[in-house]
Design a protein around this ligand. Structure first.
Ligand SMILES: *[C@@H]1O[C@H](CO)[C@@H](O)[C@H](O)[C@H]1NC(C)=O
Ligand SMILES: *[C@@H]1O[C@H](CO)[C@@H](O)[C@H](O)[C@H]1NC(C)=O
Ligand SMILES: *[C@@H]1O[C@H](CO)[C@@H](O)[C@H](O)[C@H]1NC(C)=O
Ligand SMILES: *[C@@H]1O[C@H](CO)[C@@H](O)[C@H](O)[C@H]1NC(C)=O
Ligand SMILES: *[C@@H]1O[C@H](CO)[C@@H](O)[C@H](O)[C@H]1NC(C)=O
Ligand SMILES: *[C@@H]1O[C@H](CO)[C@@H](O)[C@H](O)[C@H]1NC(C)=O
Ligand SMILES: *[C@@H]1O[C@H](CO)[C@@H](O)[C@H](O)[C@H]1NC(C)=O
Ligand SMILES: *[C@@H]1O[C@H](CO)[C@@H](O)[C@H](O)[C@H]1NC(C)=O
Length: 911
């Protein structure tokens, strides 16, 4: 499973965090362990169009492992005629059933017999069932699309089971630990086709209905229910030229998209080969399909042998798709293919290890893309983005650990949304990869896959194999284990700050750790500690990285020698470990000296420059370090030529920027930012000039957008000129002269600095375009206007489906809110229209809370706090948990008030 849009999910996840785990609940949602399913035969008849339902029979062969008179398995939302449930023994003699009952809360079904089932005996359970194909997003459900050629609505049926959906499609032991083989037969109307995890074997006419056929698929190896998939559609198939005869590779999509498969069909087999080499194991099945599903509920899902993707996440037109998105798609494909081994061949025992499943696939995805596009520096850029996200949301008191107890079905859903899984998970695995060394880590993973294939494992199993391999290769101290280290990172929320205090007269340095918190209302947390691998370098010998040693709970306050003629020491080489580093002032000044020397700053590695920037900005923002020092450090940026340090700096500055919005001194701040950017801007200012490579394209987008944001005259002029040239072109809908990678920002700044003409022009283009990605860009840009009347009308339109279609409505708000002129408009809109917004969003639910939190994040006076609190109280009927909302906004606004009191004057005078 995978989501591309971290930032959006972040906000949702925050509002769910309070309710993630309630470990007092007992685990009676787990299945009793009396039976172990061995094989399933599943027959499903799919009726589309006429009645939208499915009829099926599942026949489960199972072994009794604990004496009982009742079989308990999962089933929900299905219609089951209790009289037709049949139990037989291994010899196929019927065993009498005394009752069949359902427990809807626990989604369980009980089949009770008059006799006792005997351990070690084999039994056969047969259950006929029916269900409806609805517009749901879980289980077996329907979707539709309009066929371009015939202009007719076409229907398809598709499954999505992770985590708890299989039980909605057929009765089963729906926990990842119950692996069994599956033999699937799918019946459907002639003219449609069906696919599933395994290779198609044959088709016969349906004996009972001459309009229908039955497709039969190979029997699967042992696998978990959440990885099953089947689909009935009129889609077409594109097959890759395979270098590998053993694995057939196909892309499946609606006919209109068949000529957009080129990128995926080329990348897929290469990514598969990359993983085969990494895992040192052949792809476990005979075929791999990837299907593109309209309105699929998540970005992508790794079902074994048939990965499914949301529209826009798999198939692209390389001429129009932005480079950044092309790489995201490559990562998504590589991620899902990594799961075919890590996750599908070897599966987690229980959802507690979900973080490892997703974290590893994400790490393998990053590494894979970096390997397949070696010139991109993809891994480095993504690492910095992951650090930016993880350092931020893991610094809150409310953060959750990666590995959380999961007891009941409700716990799993929010966890799967939890963004830290996709950022902190890969960062920790990268830490182990670096500490143990690539060779040890890879061999440990290979041993894990070999040992647990077709079976289940949990994080301790991986840790123990990594430990074994590391001890064998001598890359980990014999009296240390990977578990000892990793448990401190996975079972505890947050991350540490390493405090570095030098004693210059004694020639020593004292190292200690505590949890880093961005809001210190509760004081510090020096009880939590981590096993931190420590690496360092000094100004005296920049080419020497000292060997790694461990800082842990016992040796906190560790004193080590450090010659005092070293101007500085820097810890965490290449930022491979998730922690911040706080130095004493003299050491900071030494670092600043080197950074501000154009001949020397590069002796500090790029990723360490990134860390110095990130840390110093954060320490200043929470009041631990004088802004004066941070500003001096950031002055070195006038020499910086790499993208990632700029990304770190400009992301950090953005927070300060927001806090200065609508204050008299914002202009001073913008002035200073313009100066700082001017060098880089002159490098990228030719917006027509093409730059190549993932990193450079990102760099150009960042620099142009900030230069325009901070009102660089030349930037504004160039953007407006280009946009107006487009406005004058003969057929602007088919003749967009704006370079594809810069479209988002050029549209946005042309709207911000242009007037009603520009706005109306882009609005017309929005209405005429039929490309989702372009429409998304335009809907965003239209919210960048600085004309309040236009913005207000635009927000009102977002509640009117006849003007802005629902699927685009949610994208209207965010640009308005981050826009200086938009804040007051958005606030007015919220105050006047909350009832309508609530009404319109009933189906999604969360966006009102998100709206309110975003408004709060821009408030910074006591008056605003009071006003907003009383508004929320007055409107409490629109919130599920109004108290929680009040607490959140109060915390946010208070933090802003505090910051403003302390730093407002300082910042503007000295930047
Ligand atoms: C399917 O829909 C029909 C008609 O709306 C309804 O009577 C039936 O109960 C539904 N079946 C299930 C399993 O929900
Ligand atoms: C397609 O069908 C819809 C509704 O049936 C109709 O409104 C529309 O005009 C048709 N479009 C074309 C291009 O025929
Ligand atoms: C793809 O097919 C559509 C029609 O199905 C056609 O309009 C378009 O030009 C084709 N694109 C390419 C790149 O072949
Ligand atoms: C491992 O054990 C040896 C001998 O007891 C000890 O000298 C060494 O410091 C230990 N190493 C660690 C990392 O604990
Ligand atoms: C923070 O303070 C609150 C209220 O005093 C307390 O309930 C909470 O447990 C504290 N959290 C930590 C991590 O100390
Ligand atoms: C934690 O901090 C408190 C107050 O600064 C101090 O008294 C205590 O000894 C510290 N605990 C540890 C384990 O360092
Ligand atoms: C460090 O290594 C680089 C290249 O390997 C070399 O150019 C440089 O002189 C070295 N610096 C020092 C201080 O030894
Ligand atoms: C620390 O540096 C050593 C020597 O350069 C290197 O082998 C090791 O991988 C580094 N460890 C980390 C955690 O970066």
């Amino acid at each position: 499973m995978k989501f591309v849009g971290f930032k959006i999910i972040f906000i949702i996840a925050l509002s769910l965090m309070g309710s993630v785990v309630n470990s007092e609940e007992t685990s009676d949602f787990r299945l009793p362990t009396n039976f172990k399913p061995v094989s399933y035969e599943l027959n499903v008849v799919t009726h589309l169009e006429d009645k939208f339902m499915f009829e099926g029979v599942v026949c489960i062969r199972m072994i009794c492992v604990g004496a009982t008179d009742t079989i308990v398995l999962h089933s929900t939302s299905l219609n089951i005629d209790t009289k037709s449930v049949v139990v037989a023994n291994g010899g196929e003699n019927v065993i009498p059933v005394s009752s069949v009952s359902f427990d809807p809360d626990k989604e369980l079904m009980h089949v009770k017999s008059t006799v006792n089932f005997k351990p070690c005996d084999e039994y056969l359970l047969t259950i006929p069932f029916t269900g409806n194909l609805t517009d749901d997003s879980v289980g077996y459900f329907r979707r539709n699309y309009v066929d371009k050629e015939s202009n007719q609505t076409r229907w398809l049926a598709i499954t999505y089971f992770e985590p708890l959906g299989a039980r909605r499609a057929f009765p089963c032991w729906d926990e990842p630990g119950y692996k069994a083989t599956f033999k699937i037969r799918l019946s459907h109307k002639k003219g449609l086709t069906s696919i599933s995890n395994m290779k198609f074997m044959n088709q016969i006419n349906c004996p009972s209905n001459s309009d229908y056929v039955v497709d039969e698929f190979e029997e699967s190896p042992p696998m978990s229910t959440y990885l099953l998939v089947y689909m009935v559609s009129d889609f077409v198939y594109t097959e890759a030229d395979s270098e590998n005869d053993q694995v057939k590779y196909r892309i499946i999509c609606k006919k209109d998209l068949a000529n957009k498969t080129e990128f995926a069909i080329n990348l897929g087999p290469k990514a598969l080969k990359y993983h085969e080499d990494y895992f040192d194991g052949k792809f476990p099945l005979h075929k791999q399909d990837m299907a593109n599903i309209p309105d699929f509920p998540t970005d992508s899902m790794e079902n074994w042998g048939l990965a499914t993707f949301r529209e826009g996440v798999l198939l692209i037109d390389l001429d129009v798709t932005k480079t950044v998105i092309v790489y995201d798609i490559a990562r998504c494909i590589t991620h899902e293919l990594a799961h075919q081994w890590f996750g599908n061949l070897v599966t987690m025992k229980w959802w507690t290890s979900l973080w490892l499943n997703e974290g590893f696939a994400e790490y393998a995805g990053l590494r894979g893309v970096d390997f397949l596009f070696p010139e991109s520096k993809y891994f480095q850029v993504q690492c910095v983005e992951f650090f930016l996200l993880a350092l931020d949301f893991d610094s809150l008191q409310t953060a959750d650990p990666l590995s959380v107890a999961i007891e009941k079905p409700d716990d799993i859903a929010p966890i799967s949304l939890y963004p830290i899984m996709f950022t902190k998970g890969p960062i920790l695995l990268h830490m182990m990869n670096t500490v143990l060394g690539e060779k040890t880590f890879k061999q440990g993973i290979r041993n894990y896959i070999r040992k647990y294939k077709f079976s289940n494992a949990e994080q301790d199993d991986l840790w123990s194999l990594l430990t074994e391999e590391a001890h064998r290769q001598g890359t980990l101290d014999k009296n240390l284990t990977v578990k000892q280290i990793m448990d401190t990172w996975t079972f505890q929320a947050g991350y540490p700050v390493l405090n570095v205090v030098r004693d210059y007269s004694a020639g020593t340095v004292i190292l200690s750790q505590e949890r880093y918190l961005s809001i210190k209302s509760n004081g510090t947390d020096n009880k939590t500690c981590w096993w931190i691998p420590i690496n360092m370098t000094t100004s005296g010998d920049v080419n020497q990285t000292n060997a790694t040693f461990w800082l842990n709970c016992e040796n906190n306050n560790l004193t080590i020698p450090l010659a005092n003629d070293n101007e500085w020491v820097i810890y965490n080489m290449q930022m491979t470990v998730l922690f911040r580093v706080f130095y004493d002032t003299r050491n900071w000044m030494g670092i600043i000296c080197t950074l501000n020397d154009p001949t020397k700053y590069e002796t500090i590695p790029t990723l360490n420059r990134v860390q110095l920037i990130l840390d110093s900005l954060s320490f200043s923002q929470v009041g631990d370090m004088d802004y004066e020092i941070t500003f001096q450090l950031l002055k070195y940026l006038k020499y910086e030529k790499d993208y990632t340090p700029w990304l770190a700096a400009l992301t950090g500055w953005r927070e300060i920027d927001y806090l200065l919005y609508r204050t008299p001194k914002h202009a001073v701040f913008q002035n200073n930012m313009r100066d700082m950017l001017s060098c880089m801007y002159s490098k990228f200012r030719n917006i027509d000039e093409k730059v190549n490579g993932y990193e450079n394209i990102n760099f150009k987008i960042l620099v142009i957008s900030r230069a325009c944001e901070y009102q660089t005259k030349d930037c504004i002029q160039r953007v407006l000129d280009l946009f107006r040239k487009w406005m004058k072109s003969v057929d602007p809908d088919n003749n967009n002269i704006v370079p594809k990678d810069l479209k988002t920002i050029i549209n946005c700044y042309a709207i911000q600095y242009g007037g009603a003409d520009e706005w109306n022009f882009l609005w017309e283009r929005f209405q005429r375009s039929n490309l989702t990605s372009e429409k998304n860009d335009m809907i965003y840009a239209l919210g960048c206007s600085s004309i309040k009347a236009l913005l207000l009308r635009y927000l009102n339109w977002s509640l009117d489906e006849s003007i802005i279609p629902r699927e685009y409505a949610s994208a209207v708000l965010s640009p308005v809110m981050v826009n200086e002129a938009g804040f007051l408009v958005a606030k007015e809109f919220l105050y006047c229209k909350i009832a309508d917004i609530y009404e319109y969003d009933q189906r999604q639910g969360n966006s009102l809370v998100e709206f309110v939190n975003n408004i709060a994040s821009q408030m910074k006076t006591k008056e605003e706090l009071k006003e907003f609190q009383s508004f929320i109280i007055k409107s409490s009927r629109y919130f599920k948990e109004p108290d929680l909302v009040i607490n959140q906004i109060t915390e946010t606004i208070n933090k802003n008030i505090e910051w403003t009191l302390k730093f407002y004057n300082k910042i503007t005078n000295t930047v």
